[in-house]
Design a protein around this ligand. Structure first.
Ligand SMILES: *[C@@H]1O[C@H](CO)[C@@H](O)[C@H](O)[C@H]1NC(C)=O
Ligand SMILES: *[C@@H]1O[C@H](CO)[C@@H](O)[C@H](O)[C@H]1NC(C)=O
Length: 329
């Protein structure tokens, strides 16, 4: 009994959970992971994180950046998703602005809420959570998908705090508080591959919805990594008066999808040194991880100031005759 107790104590769950804001870094047609070097890429993305972001990224970006839009000053990772547009019945498109999450400090410009949790909020499953290594990259979902995807959800917001129900596709009615897109990444790694050609086969997904207990990692992908998730809040409410009379959903993602099954997200790891591992080994929760306990953090004005140059130089605002990059449609 005593032995068992001691063994359990050694792997005692460290219950760190990170939830933090990252302001918008840039909104451009770039995709250094799936279309490296291509300027412009096929569709528009909204990107947050470190300023090493550029059309073709290689190496350890945690060592390349000089600023980040995230609250944790050592997190030079890049996080991105597609962008939402409103399609008017007259055929014109307008980009849907991104709202700040009211669970975060006020004043953050656009961007996303990023989570790194253990197996779930209540348990690490008695497994050490291993940080992603330098050079690690992955995607979840794909623009070509035409059926429901694991861990990728839409929430019709009543207020900014609404979190349920999670929908597998775009809401089909006007949402009073906007729409939230949620991207949960797989958390089980094969332990070997930093970034395979498909950006996905090195990872295994044990999650379905929300932040539920995700079960053990399989033998093929035995290494439990942090459960990474993004939340993005889209200010769709300002288009409510222009909702089509036939009741059809007027919102469309930047790759031309108004159903939502092609929703996808990208991640390039870029935490400096062992900072993410130190955080996951601690027991801090959310903003209690700031101010050196154990992570260095920065104020909102510094987050908002970090940016990258406009590599593409196309107009993405105002009423547009087509989605950026979709002129052949
Ligand atoms: C990206 O940069 C790397 C390193 O400089 C280079 O080897 C590679 O060919 C580049 N890829 C593209 C598609 O430009
Ligand atoms: C569509 O409607 C919007 C909003 O009224 C307007 O600004 C835009 O110019 C219209 N587009 C066309 C092609 O008429």
């Amino acid at each position: 009994m005593k032995w068992l107790y001691l063994a359990a104590a050694v792997v005692a769950p460290a219950q760190a959970a990170l939830r933090f804001g990252c302001a918008s870094l840039t909104i451009q047609r770039l995709d250094p992971l799936v279309e490296p070097g291509r300027t412009p890429s096929s569709h528009l993305h909204q990107i947050v994180g470190g300023n090493a972001f550029q059309p073709n990224m290689t190496g350890d970006i945690g060592e390349q950046g000089s600023c980040t839009t995230c609250v944790f000053a050592e997190d030079f990772s890049n996080y991105w998703t597609a962008v939402m547009f409103f399609k008017h019945t007259n055929g014109s498109y307008k980009r849907v602005p991104i709202m700040a999450n009211d669970a975060l400090p006020s004043g953050i410009k656009g961007g996303m809420t990023v989570y790194y949790t253990q197996q779930d909020f209540n348990s690490n499953g008695n497994t050490k959570i291993k940080s992603f290594p330098p050079g690690f990259r992955m995607t979840v979902g794909a623009p070509t998908h035409t059926a429901e995807q694991t861990g990728l959800r839409f929430v019709c917001l009543d207020t900014k705090s609404t979190r349920f129900p999670e929908l597998t596709e775009f809401p089909t009615k006007a949402c009073k508080g906007g729409i939230m897109t949620v991207h949960h990444f797989p958390a089980c790694w094969d332990g070997k591959t930093l970034d395979p050609p498909d950006h996905q086969s090195h990872m295994y997904n044990t999650v379905k919805n929300a932040f539920q207990n995700s079960g053990p990692c399989p033998a093929t992908h035995p290494v439990r990594m942090p459960q990474l998730a993004y939340e993005t809040l889209w200010d769709t409410a300002q288009f409510a008066s222009m909702w089509p009379k036939d009741g059809s959903n007027p919102f469309v993602m930047s790759y031309g999808d108004n159903k939502g099954y092609g929703t996808h997200a990208d991640y390039v790891f870029g935490w400096k040194g062992d900072s993410l591992q130190r955080a996951m080994d601690s027991s801090c929760m959310f903003n209690a991880c700031e101010n050196g306990k154990p992570l260095k953090s920065q104020v909102v004005s510094s987050m908002n100031k970090c940016a990258v140059k406009d590599f593409v130089g196309e107009s993405i605002d105002g009423w547009l005759p087509e989605l950026p990059g979709h002129s052949m449609k």
